[in-house]
Design a protein around this ligand. Structure first.
Ligand code: KG4
Ligand code: ZN
Length: 336
């Protein structure tokens, strides 16, 4: 059988990324140009700045990805690109580039859903990992429990009703003065704090629901900080970080295990930026070992936004015969 090479492009938020992926699971290059330092100045991602920076970075990132892979544009079998969800201006940069390249070398264009990309990150290092499984997708924009019955077949069992898990991390970090992006900062701070110091709520919602809600927890942290200030008491940011994180992780792990059991599955996969959280990885490993589930977690670099995961997803779309036209448009609220 012939080898299939996919050039993949990702620009949905604040990373400009390109990768070359061979036969779906072999990453030949994975180049990421991060804008995080720039957005840190503003305490979050500024969409207009993100679009401009993508334009500046994208050609160089793609050239580097091809060079590192030792593959020419003509040798690529298809071009995969994230076309939603995300920031529309940011998405359009990657998509326009992908269309131009596909047209120039007359190769198929394959649009990829960003969340599908995150899920497929699990196939890259774990060569034997296959559907069916339960995926917990937790990022800055999403908190989904997705039943993956087969390649490209997704059923959303639950999602957040308000803030995404990563969004809660980012907002709480701001409240305790840790800056953007909050996830990695809280992860590090929590290691020096006591997770049982403050009793924050665990929001499990209705007994039979796989939905999440993190805005109440975020408000509880804010109320706690304000109350301490009013009383003239010191706040301990390490204890707050550890206690907040424990609350998030308990809910995520509890619901993922319950959902996997509910569907009678043997495997669980983590995905998205928050899946690089050390406490979530630890607790999930413990719970899966105890309950007898096989667990897949990508390396942290494949959890946060990257193009290798998009290349992997595009490969399975390619096998399924998906081909998009040059009229493919960016869709900021694309459904899975
Ligand atoms: O998947 P991602 O790179 O972008 C989106 O698709 O949203 O996820 C970014 C999110 C941010 O909210 C960031 O704070 C969070 O993932 N994050 C973390 C960690 N690293 C990144 N959250 C908790 N612990 C981490 N170590
Ligand atoms: Zn993402």
């Amino acid at each position: 059988e012939r080898d299939i090479y996919i050039l993949a492009i990702e620009s949905s938020c604040d990373e400009t990324a390109a990768a070359v992926v061979k036969n779906g699971r072999e990453v030949l290059s994975n180049v990421i140009s991060s804008q995080i330092a720039l957005h840190t100045l503003y305490g979050g991602v500024v969409p207009e700045i993100a679009s401009r920076k993508h334009i500046e970075a994208i050609d160089g990132v793609i050239t580097q990805a091809l060079q590192e892979a030792g593959v020419t544009l003509q040798e690529v079998d298809a071009i995969g690109v994230t076309y939603g969800p995300g920031l529309v201006g940011a998405l359009l940069v990657g998509l326009a580039e992908a269309k131009a390249l596909a047209f120039a070398v007359n190769k198929p264009l394959i649009g990829v859903h960003h969340i599908e990309g995150h899920i497929c990150a699990n196939y890259i290092e774990n060569k034997d990992f296959e559907p069916p499984y339960m995926a917990l997708v937790v990022s800055g924009g999403h908190s989904h429990l997705v039943y993956v019955s087969d390649y490209g077949k997704y059923e959303i069992l639950g999602k957040t009703r308000d803030d995404a898990a990563g969004e809660a991390y980012d907002k709480v970090a701001r409240v305790i003065g840790m800056g953007y992006p909050g996830g990695p900062k809280i992860d590090a701070a929590a290691k020096q704090g006591n997770p049982d110091a403050i009793k924050f709520p665990r929001v499990f919602l209705e007994e039979d629901s796989y939905d999440f809600s993190f805005s109440g927890l975020k408000s509880a942290v804010l109320n706690y900080v304000n109350k301490q200030k009013m009383l003239g008491e010191e706040i301990n940011p390490f204890d707050i970080a550890a206690s907040f994180q424990q609350s998030v992780v308990e809910v995520l792990v509890g619901k993922a295990i319950k959902a996997a059991k509910g569907k009678g599955l043997q495997k669980i996969a983590l995905a998205g930026g928050v899946a690089s959280n050390s406490a979530l990885r630890e607790r999930m490993k413990e719970a899966c070992a105890k309950e007898g589930f096989q667990l897949s977690i990508p390396s942290p670099i494949l959890c946060t936004d990257n193009a290798a995961m998009i290349g992997c997803a595009a490969y399975y779309e390619y096998l399924a015969g998906v081909r998009d036209g040059l009229d493919l448009n960016a869709n900021p609220s694309l459904k899975l």
